[in-house]
Design a protein around this ligand. Structure first.
Ligand SMILES: [Zn+2]
Length: 462
């Protein structure tokens, strides 16, 4: 009989919004680097720090520490050991990420997949976890932090750029970060893969990589997440009994790798070597198992997202085929996409990206690739779309995008101001332009992309 093990997962909670506490890219990068350094640990470090081993059956992800221990004989002892170990991990994380929120959850089982299916997954869904919250300040009269405006400041800090703001402990950590601490971040990994040693210092530099036909001051922030992963691992645990723990671990790592490979491939696809030089054009803040949060120049977002979603599906298909277990659902990903001026506070951008991602996922119920987007300049919501509809209408969207900008503005104005007679007015306008054919595909009653939405897409479609 296989010996049972105690599996313990300690992770950051709502880590995307934690990262977005500071508007400065420098502060987010500092937090990403601290998170990667605190959670991407080697087995040796885990033994030394927590007296446990690295759980290699789980894939690598930012913001999660996966541990495994020998299971004690009784449930009480297992709980005590898990709590003690979680306490050590909490202290380790708290020292490095002062304002983040953490949780721990554990289970005793013969494999991590089974532990996740029977206990860890349900406990996470029910919120039956051990939590570690940032300490509440005892100084309510204190000066507020000048970077995040969320926590009391502790001290004045020289930032090296002539500024000396009062900072909270979390921002002190973020802004004290040095480039050499980036070695474990997803951004550093992407830089190495693309061969781009330089990177934008702040978002205006990233926005400046936009094409000549743009104002070069808009960025897109993309939040991608895998579909059907919960279902997939449930089936794998259920039907994959004959698979060895090593095979299951390989599948799990293969899916993690699919996320990283799709990211690198899509970033390489939108890179413009002549204009970018050795500058990185896609900034990932966080790469989890199947989720990614990143920013890039606004006019590269559509090609990036389409490329990523296609590539991710292909790569997960290969892992699924290799697993050779009956009944495994196909895997895919959905994306939430936000276009905004680089000055827009990043926490708003991240909230919108998360809402868009949720809408995109609702549309397909985990069954295929989908996208939802929000353009802050347009200021109105749009419907979520299946990737297949975007691909099918690619040439129609290309043609619409090729219309002079003034023509597209006029069309949008007709749609906005003459709602009751919009169709007739729009058609009259098109007849005057002599380009009725361009909008025909978006006018049908059943068209998956309506004209208003097509015009919204066209703004950044390339
Ligand atoms: Zn702060």
């Amino acid at each position: 009989m296989t010996r049972k093990k105690l599996y313990l997962d300690v992770s950051g909670v709502r880590i995307q919004s934690y990262l977005s506490r500071t508007t400065h890219l420098r502060g987010r990068r500092g937090a990403s680097a601290a998170l990667a350094e605190a959670t991407r640990l080697e087995d040796q470090e885990i033994r030394r720090l927590f007296g446990a081993s690295l759980n290699t059956e789980a894939g690598e992800a930012d913001g999660v520490v996966n541990l495994v221990l020998d299971a004690p004989d009784s449930e009480e002892e297992a709980d005590r050991l898990a709590r003690d170990t979680a306490g050590r991990v909490f202290r380790h994380l708290r020292a490095r990420l002062p304002a983040a929120e953490f949780q721990a959850v554990w289970a005793v089982d013969t494999s991590y997949l089974d532990a996740h299916r029977t206990t860890i997954g349900p406990r996470l869904r029910e919120g039956d976890v051990l939590s570690d919250l940032p300490p509440v300040s005892e100084l309510p009269y204190a000066r507020i932090c000048e970077r995040c405006h969320l926590d009391p400041a502790r001290d004045r800090v020289h930032l090296g750029d002539g500024e000396r703001p009062y900072l909270c402990p979390d921002c002190m950590m973020r802004f004290a970060h040095r480039t050499r601490e980036d070695a474990r971040t997803a951004e550093y990994e992407l830089q190495k893969r693309l061969g781009t040693p330089a990177r934008p210092k702040e978002l205006p530099e990233l926005a400046a990589l936009g094409g000549k036909d743009t104002d070069r001051n808009h960025v897109a922030t993309v939040f991608v997440d895998g579909n059907a992963f919960g279902h997939f691992f449930e089936k794998l645990a259920h039907h994959g009994r004959r698979l060895s723990a090593e095979s299951k671990a390989r599948i799990s790592r293969g899916l993690n790798q699919a996320t990283r490979d799709a990211l690198a491939e899509a970033a390489a696809a939108v890179r413009r070597p002549e204009e970018d030089g050795d500058m990185l054009c896609v900034i990932p803040y966080l790469v989890g198992g199947d989720d990614v949060l990143l920013s890039l120049p606004a006019d590269r977002a559509w090609p990036f997202v389409r490329h990523y979603l296609r590539s991710f599906t292909e790569r997960t298909k290969a892992v699924r085929a290799e697993a050779d277990v009956p009944g495994l659902p196909p895997l895919s990903a959905s994306a939430g996409l936000v276009f905004a001026h680089h000055k827009l506070p990043f926490h708003l951008v991240v909230e919108d990206a998360a809402s868009c991602l949720a809408a995109a996922k609702r549309l397909v119920h985990g069954k295929k690739e989908s996208v939802a987007f929000y353009d802050h300049t347009a200021g109105h919501p749009t419907h979520a779309l299946c990737l297949a509809d975007l691909e099918e209408h690619q040439s129609d969207l290309d043609a619409l995008t090729a219309l002079p900008e003034s023509g597209r503005h006029a069309l949008a104005a007709h749609l906005r101001h003459q709602a009751p007679h919009a169709a007739a007015a729009t058609e009259a306008h098109l007849d005057r332009l002599g380009r009725r054919d361009v909008v025909e595909p978006f006018l049908a009653d059943q068209a998956p992309i309506g004209l208003q939405q097509a015009l919204d897409i066209a703004r950044w479609w390339r």
